[in-house]
Ligand binder design. Sequence first.
Ligand code: ADP
Ligand code: MG
Length: 242
Amino acid sequence: MSVAVKLTNVVKRFGALEVLKGVSFKINSGEVVALIGQSGSGKSTALRCINRLETIQDGSIEVCGHRVEDPKLDLRTLRRDIGMVFQSYNLFPHMTVAENIMLALRRVKGMRKDQAFEIARQVLAKVGLSEKIDAYPEQLSGGQQQRVAIARSLAMQPKVMLFDEVTSALDPKLTGEVLRVMEDLARGGMTMIVVTHEMGFAKRAANRVIYMHTGKVWETGGAEILSNPQTPELKEFMAAEL
Ligand code: ADP
Ligand code: MG
């Protein structure tokens, strides 16, 4: 089994504020990890360090063979291997769904229009939105827009997908359709790190759960730690989530 993402004693500071205090974890190819924890515990920062939206002060990060902290690292080759989806989907409003998906394929990968369109067709089928290929974002629900954002990321064929609270802005009905798409991806063997408050999703889809607290990996294990937490902090967190 090959290592997809490995953090070793990662320290991240913003000025005097130490946000990641020696974080270590390892994810193999094909694994799905749910990253959970209170607001402010460092989950988003950890994801942002993985694709070098933030630089780290100490420790090391390896992603699909790239040394992320290496100042000479080519960010384009790193980010080719990583897809990231956020809470806000940021689709271009003046472009159709197909055009939104094709944009990076054309600009970054230099693909021909017909090739890019074919890929847009394929990834939209994966997220169950084939019939929306010519729609504009404003004609879609929030859940559908988020599924387009996931499709846009998939179109680049990343080796690892990072999800940061992608359903937090959606009402429960729309949350379900997005989580189902993510569960399909998980079953299809995609390597995923999912920051989420959706404990049902974590239980169903995650091979492993990482609970962060105050900038540290506080507890980690299979999904069973959600029903049977060992630390008082995770117990309290789970009680508050229910
Ligand atoms: P989480 O995603 O778990 O809610 P974050 O990683 O967003 O937590 O934030 C962890 C801590 O780092 C918080 O105290 C937050 O205020 C701080 N932080 C995050 N980004 C910055 C930044 N760019 N500058 C200063 N502090 C930041
Ligand atoms: Mg966050």
